[in-house]
Design a protein around this ligand. Structure first.
Ligand code: SAH
Length: 213
């Protein structure tokens, strides 16, 4: 698993691209400049690892576009030590970005092949989620709730109620909502029963599927 000066140079350029596209959070940009994204991808795509694009990974899934990862992370507004739940572990790239920010991470993947692969791979790079779970993200992870942040990295046809219920007061759910195109939606929990909703433009994700596989 190599990370060369060439890769580092390409990452610097990627960070510049993300800045131009409007990413302002320095901690997020720094995380992206550190993480060897090419190692999260199948070797045939390595040359493209530092272009701002989504790419196929195993099991018909994708590693999200760097801009999307950066934007979702920025919207989550996490701080060191926050407790975060990620739905859709996938390649583990988004998990690595969150771990670089110093959060305590719980992450759920419904696709067994990907789950097994990423569970072995992430710790090899030094990224250690508190728990990696093979399960259905629609129901969240009640036993570890409440969370400061919940991030959904697949397109949700609707907002699952358990995810809202598992937020701390003041916590945020960042979730792309929609069928073919998704609106990046942020819910901030203001009190037990009150949530403020904001919308942040259109994105495209693979679908959030029910149950595990
Ligand atoms: N965060 C990932 C993005 C992967 S794409 C990355 O950085 O690579 C979305 C992932 O969500 C896929 O791996 C898919 O299998 C997973 N997924 C879809 N529906 C799910 C569900 N209900 N629960 C958990 N994971 C789900």
């Amino acid at each position: 698993m190599k990370d060369t000066f060439t890769h580092q140079g390409m990452r610097k350029r990627l960070v510049e691209t993300l800045k131009k596209k409007g990413i302002v959070n320095n901690n997020v940009l720094q995380a992206i400049s550190k993480i060897p994204r090419h190692l999260f991808m199948d070797s045939s795509f390595v040359d493209h690892a530092y272009t701002d694009k989504a790419f196929p990974i195993a099991a018909d899934q994708t590693i999200s576009q760097p801009y999307t990862v950066a934007r979702q992370t920025e919207l989550l507004e996490v701080e060191k030590g926050d407790k975060v739940l990620e739905i859709g572990t996938g390649s583990g790239y988004q998990s690595a970005v969150l771990l670089e920010l110093g959060v305590t991470l719980f992450t759920i993947e419904r696709q067994n092949e990907l789950f097994k692969k990423t569970k072995l791979f992430l710790p090899k790079l030094g990224y250690k989620p508190k728990r990696m779970i093979f399960g259905d993200g629609y129901i969240g992870l009640e036993e570890e709730a409440p969370y400061d942040g919940i991030i959904v990295t697949a397109g949700a046809p609707f907002v699952p109620n358990p995810l809202l219920a598992q937020l701390k007061i003041g916590g945020k759910l960042v979730i792309p909502v929609g069928d073919n195109v998704q609106i990046m939606t942020v819910f901030t929990r203001k009190s037990e029963a009150e949530f403020v909703k904001e919308e942040h433009g259109e994105f495209r994700f693979v679908p959030l599927l029910e149950d595990k596989n």
